[in-house]
Design a protein around this ligand. Structure first.
Ligand code: SF4
Ligand code: SF4
Length: 454
């Protein structure tokens, strides 16, 4: 360390103490001295954000924090702290407008730090169809939708990526997800599409049931950043109830092949399994978690949800339809109870994250209102290539279904702590009920009991 570095470190320590003492003026003088010598010192920029925050200047603080992150893009500590701060002060990052005119609800709504990603997410459905029939998914439960099914063509995909690149040049690189209501691996052009998106500098995520035979090497070699495996059991008797038409032995075999393919190609793709928790599959949870650990894959369990949004809103008005009884009775929290709970904590003055931070493009290039809807009437009626990004955003704020959604309490907003604890309690009760029903036969896995507590 040379003399200059030692002096700078000393100044930084001195200024940090002044921030702790809430002496904004004195701290600013020292940080400006540091920046005079080292204008691109990311921590000094970050600390200047804290100084602005001490003075109550939220917008000034946000600009300083973002400059710090731009100067040190790999610094997760600064980024995570910034995101926590945004949640605390209820602001979005600067590249998301603070407010929007919610025309259909007749009010101005405030935006916030999105839970899913601070960057915009473009969902491009490269396969608008699936060979499975999961009863909690519209592919399995919403056959009344007059929805075109098919695979996206490469040329269309390339044009979409080019348009996204051109229209988002001034904001942090968006993320590209290649799935919504379909199985992306069904599209034989998937490896080429991943390469096109990655070649344009985007981070790519795919999600597959893995319940189909494929040569995984081309997909793995194309290196999507994330490969999610969506599943709901370890044995066929359990898995087959919620992943109808799926074959868990084929899934497990494919997981092994995926591991071998990653080892063979040296791919840096991060693979993780998303385990949908139901009442009927709690006992399979640990077995799949262990299997993933053996393969070096990540594992996350989340309570399964019934979809699409249209059906949940319908359920709130009427009884559950006969054919849905079975799957609804397997959920840890009934969809209507979940929606009503959310409704109690809805803030009508807040925007919906699915509306302002995601754009959902169907396999034919048309645009959906959001990723939660399925019915044709809830598409925006335009092609992504024919309208500007801003025009598409504006159309969302005029769509009637967002009014129904707000009335039902279903927009995607930050989870209120009381809502979180109410949901934990419901989940805990559901697990207890399952345990009592199975008393004497099966001891629930340890990790499930940990989830219940968490
Ligand atoms: S595998 Fe996925 S897309 Fe296919 S039916 Fe099941 S949940 Fe829907
Ligand atoms: S329909 Fe609901 S979830 Fe979808 S964008 Fe509108 S408010 Fe958000």
């Amino acid at each position: 360390m040379n003399m200059d570095d030692a002096t700078l470190d000393q100044w930084m320590l001195e200024a940090a103490q002044l921030v702790k003492d809430r002496n904004a003026d004195a701290a600013e003088l020292v940080y400006r001295r540091v920046l005079g010598v080292r204008p691109e010192h990311p921590v000094a920029h970050y600390q200047m954000g804290l100084v602005a925050f001490l003075r109550g200047d939220l917008h000034g603080a946000r600009r300083w924090f973002e400059r710090a992150i731009a100067l040190a893009p790999g610094n997760d500590f600064l980024r995570n702290n910034y995101h926590t701060w945004l949640r605390h002060v209820r602001l979005p990052p600067t590249w998301i407008a603070d407010t929007a005119e919610d025309l259909v609800n007749g009010r101005t709504v405030r935006r916030f730090m999105p839970a899913e990603s601070d960057r915009h997410i473009f969902i491009i459905e490269v396969a608008g169809t699936c060979h499975l029939r999961c009863p909690s998914c519209p592919v399995g439960n919403f056959d009344q939708a007059d929805r075109p099914k098919g695979l996206m063509r490469v040329e269309l995909f390339r044009n979409i990526i080019d348009k996204i690149s051109a229209e988002t040049a001034a904001i942090p690189k968006p993320m590209i997800w290649l799935f919504n209501w379909g199985e992306p691996v069904l599209n034989p052009a998937l490896p080429e599409m991943i390469r096109i998106a990655r070649g344009a500098g985007f981070e790519v995520m795919i999600s597959s049931s893995l319940s189909l035979k494929r040569d995984w090497d081309p997909i793995v070699a194309a290196e999507p950043e994330q490969f999610k495996i969506s599943l709901s059991g370890f044995s066929q008797a359990v898995y087959g109830q919620s992943h109808v038409k799926g074959d868990i032995e084929l899934v497990k075999e494919n997981m092994r092949l995926l591991r071998q393919s990653i080892d063979r190609t040296g791919s840096r793709t991060r693979v993780w399994a998303g385990f949908h928790l139901y009442r009927h599959n709690l006992a399979d949870h640990d077995r799949m978690a262990t299997y993933c650990a053996e393969l070096g894959f990540g594992f996350t369990a989340v309570p399964a949800a019934y979809q699409p949004l249209e059906s949940v809103i319908q359920m709130m008005r009427h009884e559950v339809e006969g054919r849905d009884h079975d799957i609804v009775s397997k959920l840890l929290v009934h969809p209507v109870e979940f929606a009503r709970l959310r409704g109690q904590f809805l803030d009508p003055e807040l925007d919906c994250e699915l509306r302002f931070n995601m754009t959902n493009i169907n396999h034919d290039g048309s645009v959906a209102l959001c990723c939660a809807v399925y019915d044709t009437r809830n598409m925006l009626g335009v092609s992504f290539l024919d309208r500007s990004f801003d025009e598409i955003c504006n159309l969302k704020y005029q769509h009637d279904f967002c009014r129904e959604c707000y009335e039902s309490g279903s927009p995607c907003q930050p989870t209120h702590p009381e809502l979180r604890s109410a949901l934990s309690e419901r989940i805990s009760t559901a697990i207890d009920e399952t345990q009592n029903a199975e008393k004497g036969s099966t001891e629930l896995p340890l990790k499930i009991r940990e989830i219940r507590r968490g």
